[in-house]
Design a protein around this ligand. Sequence first.
Ligand code: ADP
Ligand code: ZN
Length: 596
Amino acid sequence: MKINRKRKIILISLIVVMIVFLGVNYFLTNNKDYVDISYTKFLDMIENGGIEKVFLSNEEKIEGIFKDGGYFKTDNPRTEGFKEKLLMQDIVVEESDGNTTVSDIATSIFISIGFGFIVFFMYKNSPRQAEKEISKISNIDSQGNDLSKINFDDVAGNDEAKESLKELVDFIKTPEKYEEYGARMPRGVMLYGPPGTGKTLLAKALAGEANVPFFAVSGSDFIQVYAGLGASRIRNLFKKAREAGKCVIFIDEIDALGKKRRGGLSSGGNDESDRTLNALLTEMSGFKGSEGIIVVAATNRIDTLDDALLRPGRFDRQIEVGLPDVNARHKILKLHSKNKPVSSQVDLKRVAYQTVYFSGAKLENLMNESAMIAAKENNKEITMKHIDKAFYTVIAGEEKKDKSCISSEEKRITAFHEAGHALVTKLVLPQNRVTKITIIPSTKGAGGFSMNIPPDKMYRTKDEIRKNIMVSLGGRASEEIIFGKDNITTGASNDLQRATEMALSMISRFGMDNETGLVNYEVLIGNNLGSNAYIIERVKALIEELYIKTKTILEDNKHLLDEITKVLLNQETINEEELDVILISKQTDVYDNTLV
Ligand code: ADP
Ligand code: ZN
């Protein structure tokens, strides 16, 4: 538990830095030359954008900083909404009691001593982690030095994500080629999906395949105690990356620094992460296409990300990295059994079936636990018994509602629901492609089915919109047919939202309802259509009518619904060809695709 010399030196220098910082801070706060300006002038300057920051207080006078750095004082209006007014003008607002008092200084000192202790204990308790931290602060390039030896063969499943990334390998290797053709090199890739699904692994594999250095940081590393440090570390990171030449920069947990900014309402400390985010965006737009640097970011909360991050020229390539289906799980299990003495009796396919909703990381963990148990028992080989034991260790301690424990009944409901959507699509909109049906939850919802709407279309017909509404209702209709009226679930809530939106548009904007006529109701009654009883009545009637039609179609083709569900429960995902095979093999009289 001894702290070695290097760490001691770092610790001492940290404390010295802190003391100097406090001293300078104290000196500055007590040597400010305040200009006293009139309140009207102050208001003028707010309008003209001349104010940088205002310290709100309850004193007679408030203080602030001009854009050019000078300090000022003016009368305190003490009105309500004053703070919001400032925030609306993009002025930084800090609540303070105005004067730096002795107690303030004492608090700061206490805080820094406390901080010092925390750092101290951090070193003491986990020297490894501390060393990592320090290396991150002092020289980020430590991770960039060794070339990543991981390649795409080390990632099992995730085929779509792999394909997308493979395209980039050539970009990184020979950016000149693409530049010659005037192609713009992608700058940023956003990998999103649940934890442990291999996002980091994919980014490393990208670097490995392109044979370039890999720089990894985490968004949470940038949440700093002192202002400006995050931004300067971003600049530092990119500087190091540029020095390395071609490379892959990986930013894990990007949501930690790129959360949606919610209007001007939050005044609490997000200033710093904004600055870090801006630094990142500036660095990224500073790339020349020919540099061969790609920034890969990962998040499991893409919905919370600031839109600025996802705009063109930034992380404009977004790739979902989802939970593996049974085939992918089988592959991952095989991959992580390679270097282990797994008995030939072990049926990994069966294990794959038992591990629904497991992420790649969890599967890796499962094989590792099995190996540990076998080793502890001094067995020569890992047997099914060990894997079973490990299974319970891995899922133990997880929350009940964790997806790995979802009952088979819920799986059946999801399967029938998704099969309903897919079958209705195939029956009423055969020109639309169903690319995938799955019961594996994704960021978008419980199960999922994806449909490609033919893109080369300028207009949509009334008939098409009606059929699209039916597709949305297909999930609920299927649930009702199979499980009965009283057992329908909340799984359809997004579907109903979409159906309602489409129906409302037909009636209020497109003049597609005979009874409501060729009238744009937004023009007539404004945006609040949802409160109009007549409109509600018509929307309801339309959806009602289409729901009955949807149910009829599904009832008429129930054998297909059963078959799709059966396969879905067995394989967890069905792709287009497989779906077509099911439909053809069951030789149905194709539903006559007349107007519905
Ligand atoms: P994420 O970044 O998505 O949270 P990681 O890439 O850190 O996930 O995955 C953690 C570990 O889980 C990996 O190092 C690897 O051992 C295992 N793993 C995850 N996904 C896969 C996969 N698709 N193929 C093989 N191993 C995987
Ligand atoms: Zn649905």
